[in-house]
Design a protein. Structure first.
Length: 333
């Protein structure tokens, strides 16, 4: 199938207003000739308008109470595709990461490609990325399981007590329209209590959107979530973090294959959950002090080379990265 003239790029605005816009996304805001957006605050909306000469359209007009969200997704998709089909370079900007909990973005890209148009997605900062920084935990440590709240209940998805669990869209459990007051939040609490017990602590997290606002990181027991004054705080933008309760033992056979248990010890195993932050237990043990003492006599390893590029190469590669039209022309050479 030949590539048609119109193009589609889907990007994310991040969570924190303006500051989470990537340089790549900004380059497309400046270079596209039609922009559609669904963002969460008027400042980022104004930023898009101020940095673009394109016609900009707010997609939130298609969402309404008592209207199925899936119906809104279909309409959003078709409105965006109409301009792609008209031969325009179209940019869609969605709140957070454009591929995380944004159904219209995936549908629109799939249909555009199916019809022969060039379509792609740019990465953005998601609520998960923001959470990693604010709560200061490493998803690779103990592992990390992420799932949407309704999906957990509807398909009985497992929640691992030995891994970190992130539950999304906690305030819209079983909601299929835009009336989030109908959330079946209590069903999720039942499930959490079954898996972790009523006294286990979880973190209620909402990343700050505006520069002057404060990130919410409140720790509650699962039993607390049944209290009316606490349950009403669980809105549609909230994410729930559940730290690992158990630590799985080292598989002895695999440890021997790797060279013995000592080979598996990592420096970060002393990092423990302290809620709602992490702390390091015994940061300066004997081994740590020995390694630190070697810093003053450290020499660069054999083969180490400093990175270097010419001014011309720096400009050329930067232009390729931040000027979509220039990159497109370069690929045609």
């Amino acid at each position: 199938m030949s590539i048609k003239r119109g193009t589609l790029t889907i990007a994310g605005s991040g969570i924190s207003s303006v500051s989470h816009i990537t340089l790549g996304t900004l380059s497309y805001i400046k270079g596209s000739n039609k922009i559609f957006y669904f963002v969460c605050d008027p400042v980022i909306e104004a930023f898009i308008h101020d940095n673009s000469t394109a016609d900009c359209f707010d997609l939130s007009v298609f969402y309404d109470n008592n209207k199925g969200r899936y119906d809104s997704y279909i309409q959003v998709c078709e409105v965006v595709l109409k301009d792609v089909r008209a031969g325009r370079d179209v940019l869609g900007v969605f709140y957070g990461h454009p591929g995380a909990f944004v159904s219209p973005s995936h549908r629109t890209i799939a249909v555009a490609r199916q019809e022969g148009y060039e379509a792609k997605m740019l990465p953005g900062i998601s609520a998960g990325d923001y959470m990693f920084a604010d709560l200061e935990f490493d998803p690779a440590l103990s592992g990390c399981n992420t799932c949407e709240a309704t999906e957990i209940l509807l398909r009985d998805k497992p929640l691992g007590p030995s891994v970190q669990n992130i539950i999304w869209q906690v305030g819209s459990v079983c909601v299929v329209d835009m009336e989030f007051s109908k959330s079946k939040f209590h069903l999720l609490v039942d499930r959490l209590e079954k898996d972790f017990g009523p006294d286990y602590k979880v973190v209620h997290y909402i990343g700050a959107v505006l520069p002057q606002s404060t990130t919410i990181m409140d720790t509650f027991t699962i039993a607390d979530l049944r209290k009316g004054d606490i349950a009403k705080q669980f809105n549609t933008v909230l994410t729930l973090y559940i730290p690992p309760r158990d630590e799985r033992p080292v598989h002895s056979g695999m440890a021997e294959t790797f060279g013995g248990p000592a080979a598996l010890v990592k420096p970060d195993t002393s990092v423990k959950w302290a809620g709602p932050k992490l702390n390091i237990v015994s940061a300066y043990g004997p081994h740590d002090r020995d390694v630190i003492a070697q810093i003053d006599t450290h020499v660069a390893p054999e083969g180490y080379k400093t990175l270097h590029t010419s001014a011309a190469m720096k400009k050329f590669m930067t232009d390729l990265a931040l000027k979509p039209k220039f990159l497109e022309e370069y690929k045609l050479i």
